[in-house]
Each structure stands twice: as structure tokens, then as C-alpha cells.
Design a protein. Sequence first.
Length: 139
Amino acid sequence: MRTLIVIAAMAAATLAHGQQTDEVAVAQQLINRHFEIWNDPDPRNWAAKFPAVYAEDFYVADYGGAAAGYADVAKLIQRVQGGHAGFVFTPEPVAWNHGVGRVTWGYGPRDNPNQVRGEDIFTIKNGKLASARVFIDKK
């Protein structure tokens, strides 16, 4: 009987790990597309990409305020890009923990991509990014 319980526990752990691995892969794909949008200097491209990546009520909070929905997020991207011409985000792979993702990143010109360091905390809802909280390393 003990052997059966151990085998069942191992099978459950393997299944959970497989689900976690699938979640990480989906999260990483969404995160990659998120940063592609934020690095794209042409706002005309964003509208077509938003629905594939973001929930309609996608919410972003950073030190400058908060944005909710596609129109407000587009304004936020324009504000960030407008203040830092030529800067791009260089994200690290996502760290995933039970529905919440953390991505550390650098932001800067191509010759100094880590001029600014920070991290985003993401949630996913119905297969799309639902929220992002932005933290900037102020060291």
C-alpha cells in the first residue's frame, strides 16, 4: 500500500511539473511579444498586436502612474519611448511561480543596454497578459 501511495505522489508531482513547464512556455511567449511591442517605435503596429498579447483591460502600474486598456497602455509606451529615444528593453527569461511571472530587464541604448535595470511582475488571465507592475532598480 505504501508503494502505491509513493507512486501516486510521484505521478502527481510529475504531472504538476509538466503543467508548470507548459505555463512557463506560454508565459515566456507572451513576455517576448510584450517586449517586442514596447521596443517597436511605430505606434501603428501596436493596435494589431495588443489583442494577441494583452487582455482588453490589461493594467500596467509604474512609478509614473497606471494605465488600463489598450489606449492608455499605448499612451504609456509613447511616454516611455518619447523620454528615451533609441532605448530598448533587453529582458531576461521569465521566472514563473503559480500564475505570477517576474522578468528582470535592462533598458538603454544598444551600446549600454543596462543603463536602467528593473523588473516587471506579470499576471496572466485567459491566456493573455492581465497586469504588469514595474519596478525600477534605483541603485
